[in-house]
Design a protein around this ligand. Structure first.
Ligand code: 5AD
Ligand code: SF4
Length: 442
């Protein structure tokens, strides 16, 4: 039997893909191992979103040379977005890479692995597909806590944001058959899972059309939520341009649909949003925030933001800070702009904000967000939440952690509670990142 070791970088979608890869290879008799020293193949599922994501992979490849010296039979393959972006060039640049496989070519992995070992050749398969959704593959849950799992509901993206490499690395948008999604969620629930997160680059464009049937994202959410009130349903990511009221209605209707929306804003300036090709302005975005609050006053809102996009002025940066003050996000992923090959920005704009200036702007956003998150959390003190317990706190075995519907982490004394249980917890204190609670006895 051949052994594979999988390492995953990047977004949740990549983690979901690695579980599909594990499943495809297990069916062909490969075994997934958790110690790299037991492996015949190392598969690295990569991200290309920012230059530093790629540099990290290259550094990892240098480290792996030592492992290869100890195990000369070991073959290294690159999967995912960096594989798709660089294709066979990657094997020229990185000598210890034997194969490169893009996100739509994973079904070919068994034959590629065999070819690489038996014929001692290098191989690259990076063709993108307009139809591949891996709908029939039941993912092997890797590193799972047995409580929450990802379900990929669509692939690809064709929004073409000016900064973004994803349309080039993941291809055209395509949705997966809703029957297979609901079946996967149901099977997870039957295995004891308590939470599923439906994944897509832009879930609001989810659409399944066959004769006589059209299923959009709100309806899909409702179908998954109907499986059981004991199964929590989350999703990521929504594009502000098409966050619909009908989705908000469905979210408000079902208690088990978690009250948490990730709505990447990217910038607070209308000129920059236009340059980014985001198809909304700040007024539209704030209208969507108001709609979320109208339907679900207790919904948490999180975002992504980019500091120092091409030509961004100090005033426009201040508009981003102003947006943060208006929305008061519960959490934000904050990035410095990184110019990516082939994007609209690379072809038509200049990366003209000096690195030090990008850093300063990013740090200002981070500082402001830290303050807002702490203030938001302080308002939670005294409230009681239903918490899905996920495991032991990293700091102490005597404490457990879990999340409320808003996706906030709450830590509390364990008593006789077990991971996987729903419990009521009263918030008694907080930091900017965590709520501290006490278990309610009744
Ligand atoms: N530079 C910096 N951040 C980027 N993102 C996407 N492309 C880039 C880039 N070139 C950010 C966006 C997106 C998140 C996943 O990554 O904020 O929402
Ligand atoms: Fe995910 Fe985008 Fe990174 Fe690809 S490039 S792994 S889609 S974040």
């Amino acid at each position: 039997m051949k052994h594979i070791y999988i390492e995953t970088y990047g977004c949740q979608m990549n983690f979901a893909d690695s579980e599909i890869v594990a499943s495809l290879l297990q069916k062909e008799g490969y075994e997934v191992v958790s110690d790299i020293n037991d492996a015949d193949y190392v598969l690295i599922n990569t991200c290309a979103i920012r230059d530093n994501a790629e540099q990290r992979i290259r550094k990892r490849l240098r480290e792996l040379r030592a492992v290869q010296q100890r195990h000369p039979q070991l073959r290294i393959g690159i999967l995912g977005c960096m594989a798709e972006r660089l294709q066979s060039q990657l094997m020229v640049e990185e000598e210890n890479v034997s194969f490169v496989v893009g996100p739509d070519a994973y079904r070919q992995l068994p034959s590629i692995l065999a070819r690489v070992s038996e014929q001692g050749v290098k191989a690259a398969e990076t063709e993108l597909s307009t139809t591949e959704t891996y709908a029939d593959i039941e993912p092997v849950r890797l590193g799972s806590n047995g409580i929450s799992a990802y379900i990929s509901i669509m692939r690809g993206c064709q929004n073409y944001c000016a900064y973004c490499v994803v349309p080039y690395t993941r291809g055209r948008e395509r949705s997966r058959d809703p029957e297979t999604i609901v079946a996967e969620a149901r099977s997870l629930f039957e295995q004891g899972y308590k939470e599923v997160t439906l994944l897509g680059q832009n879930v609001n464009s989810y659409r399944w059309k066959t004769e006589g049937e059209e299923v959009g994202f709100p309806e899909l959410m409702a179908r998954v939520a109907e499986i059981s009130p004991m199964l929590r349903v989350r999703f990521a990511t929504s594009h502000p341009k098409d966050l619909s009221d009908s989705l908000l209605e469905v979210m408000a209707k079902y208690d088990n649909i978690c009250k948490c929306i990730h709505l990447p804003v990217q910038s607070g300036s209308d000129r920059i949003l236009k340059l980014m090709n985001r198809h909304y302005d700040s007024a539209w975005y704030l209208d969507r925030i108001a709609a979320i609050r109208r339907y679900m006053p207790d919904c948490s809102i999180t975002t992504d933001v980019i500091a120092g996009f091409c030509t961004e002025t100090e005033e426009e940066h201040q508009m981003t800070l102003e947006m943060f003050r208006k929305v008061r996000y519960d959490y934000a992923y904050m990035f410095k702009f990184s110019m990516r090959p082939n994007t609209y920005a690379e072809k038509h704009l200049q990366d003209d904000i000096p690195e030090a200036e990008k850093t300063r702007r990013l740090e200002e956003i981070i500082a402001l967000q830290g303050q807002i998150a702490l203030e938001n959390n302080r308002r939670e003190v005294g409230k009681i939440y239903e918490v899905l317990v996920e495991g032991e706190s990293h700091r102490s075995k005597e404490r457990l952690f879990g999340r409320n519907s808003q996706n906030k982490v709450i830590v509390f004394d364990r008593h006789d509670v077990m991971p996987g249980q729903y419990v009521k917890v009263k918030v008694v204190d907080c930091t900017a990142a965590t709520l501290l609670g006490e278990l309610c006895t009744q």
